[in-house]
Design a protein around this ligand. Sequence first.
Ligand code: ADP
Ligand code: MG
Length: 394
Amino acid sequence: MVIRSVDELEVAGRRVLVRVDFNTPLTADGEVADDTRVRAALPTIRHLIERGARTILMTHLGRPNSQRDPRYTTEAPASKLAELLNVPVIHTDDCIGWGARKLAMDLTDGDVLVLENTRFHPGEKGAERTFAERLSELGELYVNDAFGTCHRGDASVAVLPTFFGGRRAAGFLVARELKMLSGLLDGPKRPYIAVLGGAKVSDKIGVIDSLLTRVDALLIGGAMAYTFLAAQGTDVGASRVEADKVWLAKKLLDKAKSLNVDIVLPLDHVVAPSIEAESEACSVADIEPGMMGLDIGPRTAERYSARIMAARTLFWNGPMGVFERPAFAAGTRTVANAFAESPGYSVVGGGDSAAAMALFGLAGRVSHVSTGGGASLEFMEGKVLPGLKALEED
Ligand code: ADP
Ligand code: MG
């Protein structure tokens, strides 16, 4: 099975439907608050413009409950795109129907059109064939450059490409994600170390389970660490523990032992009585009753850094603490720095983890920061992503 790249398509003078991920956060006045996702699609869009294609972009934005909702219009990312490209960008008030068709047919070479939110129609989440067919009428070729939605079965991602036979391809962003993430699955250099953190064990069970069969060590931080520590019988005070997942953490610890994989848990913590009580933060080895672990402690951070520096392949998902608050950010920052300094092949995935790398100004210092949260985790689990499957040629 192969997935063609956008630069293998003959696009000059053709209407090219491109699924992008312009699901950007908006400010209270409806402006784009963070343009990372728009920028991420620029290489593909510029390529198409330069080749004389007629580019038709489609995206979802927010969760508009399958109907028109002015709060979730794609106008804001469309005007951000116009600003970044410094060319006019046309916007439709619906992604299907007569108006959209008329605008699509009237495009000339090099023009760019942004369709209204695909999620204004129930057919998008419902993966309806009829809806996909109506979208397909707008273009002659299909490109997917929305890696962050490739794990979903939505019509514009997983159904629409099937209307395009040999005239479909991955955009540069999707192609790069595939290449960089595949580097973690196919013959990784050893030692291979994964660092996992974040809010919940339950979000990450699949990926932990599959990483255990691939890595040499798993370094655990974040709230998830407390469920593992509880499973070992350690007192964790008022730290966030998923009581119904303690048995599962036990099972994962046993599995790791039998596979000879090192699961490394924090040996000290930054604690406070609550997330808001930043001024009372201090680092301890043992968590007193009533205290919450909100970051890995300095000794743990040091220890994790040393392992990261010695690794040749690295994957990180999930912050080590409540990094949004300066009092609990040190652990995440130390691990982020070690990722930046390590000579190993290093990939960071996950929305909050990517945000942390950006916050510390280190995103450009690792081999790859994945734009897909759920998509990168499912890829790491070895699952077939519906959006990628729909691009495959036999
Ligand atoms: P990602 O988006 O990278 O996959 P998650 O969504 O799983 O990461 O987790 C990120 C969240 O976990 C952050 O908002 C962070 O504040 C929170 N978090 C990390 N450590 C703790 C902790 N010890 N206690 C409570 N929340 C935590
Ligand atoms: Mg998250």
